[in-house]
Each structure stands twice: as C-alpha cells, then as structure tokens.
Design a protein around this ligand. Structure first.
Ligand SMILES: [Zn+2]
Length: 184
C-alpha cells in the first residue's frame, strides 16, 4: 500500500514536470492504476485464468513475467500446450488497454478467447489460416470487457497494429507482417 501511494506520487510529479517541459510528450504519462499501464497488462482468458503482470521495466523485458503470460496464452483447449509469445504483442495490448482505460476512467480488462493455438487444433478451425499468427505465438482474439469490438478496432487502428481482424463479437490483433486488415 505504501509502495503504491509512493508510486502514484512519483507519477504525479513526473507528469507535472513533463507538462512543464514539453506538453507534446504527455503520451508518456502513466495511469492511476497499479494493474494497467504502458509496461503492464491486466488480462484474463476464457478458461478463467487471470493475471496482472508488469512485462517490462524501461526497455528490459521481465523474463519470468513473460513466462506467466505465455502460460495465460496457452492452448488450454489442447492440453495446455505453450510456446513463447512475441512480447511485442503484449506491448500493443498494453497501449490499447491503457488508452481505453484512461478514456473510460476505469481499468478495462482484456479477455482472451484465443491466444496460442497448436497447429493441430488450428487446422480444425474453419476459416483459420494454416500459417496462422496464433500458431506462431504472435496473436490473440480478445474482448475489452464491457466495450464493443467496433470501438476496440478503432483504438487498435490508431496504434497501427500489424494484423487487425474485425469480428462482430471479438477483435484479432497480431504482430506478424504489417498492414493486414480484414473483417470476419
Ligand atoms: Zn485470431
């Protein structure tokens, strides 16, 4: 509790000094919440697992926390198989989550309905690309709880995510090759 208060105080000071020096980089401000920000993520999956994880400090990734996210991303529909997830994906999700949480004034939970997929299970999914970014550990299908996917797509687009699939009931993003857009 003391640490949290101290961090919030430091955040306020940092934002204040940034505002005086260069208002144009207010982008770098943090959030009032311990679990949501540019270097951390609040995420659950539809298996019922939930994590709040700081995946990097500055430019350094936290290897053990990346492992925890790999676990959350596992293919729990196929024996819990895991692989290493490209951490750039967590960065993109954190950007979207931070911006939406600030705009809504409350932390918004990311709910993953499909993260990593084994090649075998991917092959059983109608319409899934054989070389799916899900199989390569670079994708997720998700909802921002309480927010329509149409709105989520707008935020993802504003950050220039590489792969962006718009569906009626979820959003796909990935960190594969750039400039791929589709509607499912
Ligand atoms: Zn997908």
């Amino acid at each position: 509790m003391i640490l949290k208060t101290r961090r919030q105080f430091i955040n306020v000071m940092a934002v204040a000094s940034v505002a005086l020096a260069a208002p144009s980089i207010l982008y770098a401000q943090d959030t009032p919440w311990a679990e949501v920000g540019y270097d951390r993520i609040l995420v659950a999956n539809t298996n019922g697992d939930r994590l709040a994880v700081r995946f990097r400090t500055g430019q350094r990734y936290d290897a053990s926390n990346l492992q925890r996210l790999n676990w959350l991303w596992r293919d729990w529909r196929d024996g819990g198989a895991q692989r290493q997830i490209d951490p750039l994906l967590f960065g993109d999700l954190a950007l979207i989550q931070t911006r939406m949480s600030l705009d809504f004034g409350e932390p918004k939970l990311i709910l993953i309905n499909s993260g990593f997929r084994t090649a075998g299970r991917n092959a059983t999914i109608e319409g899934a690309a054989r070389n799916s970014q899900h199989v390569q550990g670079r994708a997720c299908d998700f909802n921002m709880v309480g927010v329509s996917p149409a709105l989520v797509v707008g935020y993802a687009e504003s950050y220039g995510v590489h792969g962006l699939g718009q569906y009626s009931d979820f959003t796909h993003i990935d960190v594969g090759p750039p400039n791929r857009r589709w509607t499912g």
